[in-house]
Every structure is written in C-alpha cells, then in structure tokens.
Design a protein around this ligand. Structure first.
Ligand code: NAP
Length: 318
C-alpha cells in the first residue's frame, strides 16, 4: 500500500505461476495449490487491517482463490461483509483476476427458509451473499452440505438455475456423501452445468475423503478436489507444541477444543517436526505437502491469522 493507503498489487504476483497453478479437474480453470479461506480471521470482531494484510499478501503472491460461505464470521455474514469492504477498498480493479467462492447449506437465518438445501434457501442466500460481497456474480457457488430431506433434484436444479441466471460461473459441492455426489455429477452434467470441484476435509489426521472413495471418484470424473482444514485447524503446526497460546483458535473458539491436544498428537507432531527438519520444512509445510501429493487433489484451502502463517503455508506449494 502507498502512503495514501491505496493498494496496488505486486507486479511480480504471477512470478511463480508454473509451480503454483493446477488445472481444476477437466475444466478450463486453473487454481493455486494454496487457496485462502475466510471461515476465521475475517469476521466482524477481527481487526480489518490484519484481514486486509493477509489478503494483500495472498494476492501479491498469486493466491487468486478466496473461499467464503454465507455464515462465516462471527457474526454470520460478516466475513462476506469484510470481503465486500476489501473489494471496495482494494480489489475492484482486479476482479477478473480473482476466483471467489461462497456457499449455502448450514444455518444462516431464522425460520424455515434459512438452512439446508431448498431452492428457496439457496436462491435467497446467494442474493444476500452477492450484496454483502459487493459482487455481481461469484466464480463458484457451493452446496455446503447434503440435505437428505430435500429432493436432490430441487437442490441441484436451483444450482443449475443460479448458473443460468449468471450469478455463479461454476458449481461446487461440499461435504456430500459419495452416493448423492454421484447423482449430482450426473444431473449437473445432463443439465449443462458440470460440477467443477468437491470440497472436503482432508488432512494428515483425517483421511475420510480418500477412504470413502470421494477423491478417487472426483479424479476419475474430471472434478477438482480442494482440501479444507488441511492443518486440522492448526493442530498440524507448531502452534500447540508448548501449550495453548491465548490468541489461538483453541483458546478462543468453540470449533477447536483443548481435548484435541493429546499426548498422542504431541508425539506425532514431534515426529513430523524431526522429519521436516531433515529437509528444512516446518510441521505445517509437511502437512500441506502430504495433501498436495495425493493424486486428484487440486488445492489446499488454508486459514491464517497472520501474514507469517500464510507465507509459511504458501512455501509448501513452491
Ligand atoms: N466446506 C466446509 O464445510 C468447510 C469447513 C471448514 C473450513 N472450510 C474452509 O477451509 C478454510 C480453512 O479451514 P481452517 O481455517 O480450518 O484451515 P487450517 O489451515 O487447517 O487451520 C487454520 C488455522 O491454523 C493455524 N495456522 C495456519 N497456518 C499456520 C502456521 N503456518 N503455523 C501455525 N499455525 C497456523 C491458524 O490458527 P490460529 O488462529 O490459532 O493462529 C489458522 O487460523 C476455511 O477458511 C474455509 O474457507 C470449509
């Protein structure tokens, strides 16, 4: 940023393109191997200038893909509002260089129409997201979870219509089990809005998407796979080696409970640390490199509470 606080993106932001970008399945889209998530650290209570510095660092180093959802915050909606502010302050000139995702599927507003997978919810939610994010369209819209009580065709047709209406360019699915995912892939293909990407939790402590055959299915179908919580929310880093820092997610947030910091985990972390030290890598870099080495994985979707963390994480891809 210059002295007047005006942001100009780094002219060298694509210097590492060859190492950084990967084709997302069999599509025209290239995504960075490390993408940035807005679940934490971009909410209404987080310092705006810190969120801003993290996004600047990301974009300045070729991280073009930002991942949001309607209810990221807290409070719900506030991460999208932060993004909208960033869009107004800094990123408007770079809109066509960004690949922005949002989602709907979990609880967002009160009453019967603010949750799960109805057409009513998905349509209204995306309109709200676009207003908060100050965007005309998102690049990627996800169904955030499978809703067994809504006919699958209703959810999927709403997604197709979202693309037809020009509100999203591509579609994604997150957290769906394999069987409904198969049906979705077929439906969306038949309706000319093919699935671009699947988003699932994959990390060294949780191999479910591999064990359940989702990663393989996506690979065979030409669909990208992006791994969320690749550092298990910070467990797979040096963050908790010496205790629970007061500014950490474990100390502050209900999503990461101190009971996860077990002796077994600490022993595993020391192993990873020793392994990494042999070739100059941190625990986080080891953890991210393992995911990126899995066949069919397009990108790791990291969170970061500082520029330094993102810098470390990005190195895992280069
Ligand atoms: N589709 C879904 O249902 C779903 C679910 C969850 C997440 N997601 C997406 O995935 C994104 C990432 O999830 P996540 O935040 O759980 O990812 P993560 O990368 O596993 O965890 C991020 C946290 O780990 C710590 N950390 C990150 N890099 C570090 C480093 N180099 N050294 C030490 N600590 C480090 C930080 O915690 P501190 O805050 O303690 O510093 C950071 O906030 C989300 O933002 C969201 O976009 C999607």
């Amino acid at each position: 940023m210059d002295l007047k606080g005006i942001y100009t993106a780094s002219p060298s932001r694509y210097a590492q393109s060859e190492q950084l970008y990967v084709r997302c399945g069999r599509s025209g889209v290239l995504l960075p191997k490390v993408s940035l998530g807005f679940w934490h650290n971009f909410g209404g209570g987080d310092p705006y200038e810190r969120s801003r510095a993290i996004t600047h660092y990301a974009f300045d180093h070729g991280i073009t893909h930002f991942d949001l959802a309607n209810n990221y915050g807290p409070p719900y909606g506030s991460a999208e509002e932060t993004f909208g502010r960033l869009m107004e302050d800094d990123f408007r000139p770079y809109r066509d260089e960004l690949f922005i995702a949002t989602k709907a599927g979990y609880d967002m507003w009160e009453g019967p129409y603010g949750n799960y997978g109805s057409r009513k919810y998905l349509m209204a939610s995306l309109d709200q997201s676009l207003r908060r994010m100050k965007l005309d369209y998102v690049d990627l819209f996800y169904s955030h979870r499978f809703d067994p009580d809504t006919p699958i065709e209703e959810t999927l047709q709403a997604m197709v219509d979202i693309v037809r209406a020009g509100k999203a360019l591509y579609l994604g699915i997150s957290n769906w089990p394999l069987e409904p995912l198969r049906q979705a892939v077929q439906y969306l293909r038949e309706h000319d809005a093919p699935l671009l990407i699947y988003q699932g939790r994959l990390n060294l402590l949780n191999h479910e998407p591999i064990e359940e055959g989702i990663v393989r299915f996506c690979r065979e179908q030409g669909i990208g796979f992006i791994a969320y919580s690749p550092l298990a929310q910070g467990l797979l880093t040096d963050r908790y080696l010496e205790g629970i820092p007061a500014d950490s997610r474990m100390a502050k947030d209900k999503f990461l409970h101190p009971c996860n910091r077990t002796d077994q985990l600490l022993a595993y972390l020391h192993e990873l640390q020793a392994q990494g030290q042999a070739h100059g890598k941190t625990i986080a870099q080891e953890a991210l490199a393992w995911i990126l080495a899995q066949e069919g994985v397009t990108s790791v979707l990291v969170g970061a509470s500082s520029v330094k963390q993102l810098e470390t994480n990005l190195q895992a891809a280069l």
